[in-house]
Design a protein around this ligand. Sequence first.
Ligand code: PLP
Length: 401
Amino acid sequence: MDYVYAPGKNHLFVPGPVNIPEPVLRAMNRNNEDYRSPAVPALTKTLLEDVKKIFKSTTGTTFLIPTTGTGAWESALTNTLSPGDRIVSFLIGQFSLLWIDQQQRLNFNVDVVESDWGQGANLDVLESKLATDGGHTIKAICIVHNETATGVTNDLSKVRFLLDKYKHPALLLVDGVSSICALDFRMDEWGVDVALTGSQKALSLPTGLGIICASPKALEASKTSKSVKVFFDWKDYLKFYNLGTYWPYTPSIQLLYGLRAALDLLFEEGLDNVIARHSRLGKATRLAVEAWGLKNCTQKEEWFSDTVTAVLVPSYIDSAEIVRRAWKRYNLSLGLGLNKVAGKVFRIGHLGNLNELQLLGCLAGVEMVLKDVGYPVKLGSGVAAASAYLQNNIPLIPSRI
Ligand code: PLP
């Protein structure tokens, strides 16, 4: 039973945690078991191998750590870098801000490149820093692939292009928390050194697993990194990988079975189809926003995110009131505006195990809330724009052809 009951299903449209599919819920509904029996290592082995596919990596080493995205950040930083190392980090919204705060508290020398919230990472500034760093003082570039607070997606291939152009050896550390399993992500092709995500995002699992992929270069760097780490130390994991038992501490058995089921569903749909579905959901949402006469917080099309849309509201409306009313009146959960954009934007998360008709329900709900708070929206306008696009673009369901 819900802690605060409402009839019917909650329309969960925050950009994580997201809806968990029924087969995954069922797969996790099981007893504990001895993780030192042969069964759990055998399961773990398949997971470590298969999870590489969501990063599009064949050369990476994967870690499944009982933590959240924040812990995965810490694991990426402390295993590859040493205190005092210079890193270039882009500040474009609340999650990049939090990562930078963590980098500073871990005593790295953070060279912050700031943009307006609603813009992507400023790669011109990166280029000038790389061009003038002949001595290779920059040890890593840290970038959030998809800034969940503003709905901005950065082009990682351009970052790789610049690193290659200046033959710069800096590590490329990427937060893929709201992109991996939803947006095009190519770890090996883009020369990403550490990529990470959290289970409650597009993988559509409960919170609790930090999923990390490290390139051979990142693993090499981990041999000499001097940052203090204990719980997150990759060496402990690697030791147990070599022993074939896999776990330096107790894993969450249920989450592992859930991950197995989640990966099976993703592979059944096909990763490229999953990405195409997110692209339709993103486009349909943006068409609705346009039909309502509202603006996207993301300032240029090249940064539009297919996993989350941050919608700017007129100054006479408090966007937090939209989120409150959506939940209280329509059982619809939308994302709040965070920090600098608090009160100014509300967010529609459209990632994970979600289909087009669910999205139309959300858009209908948003229209009613907009009317509730005094915005002159024509009911049905956004739904009409989105459904006209979707009706022309939804393919047959891949597993039902
Ligand atoms: N990075 C991004 C892009 C996020 O959206 C989030 C959470 O929403 C985080 C990191 C932090 O993840 P967690 O809350 O799982 O620690």
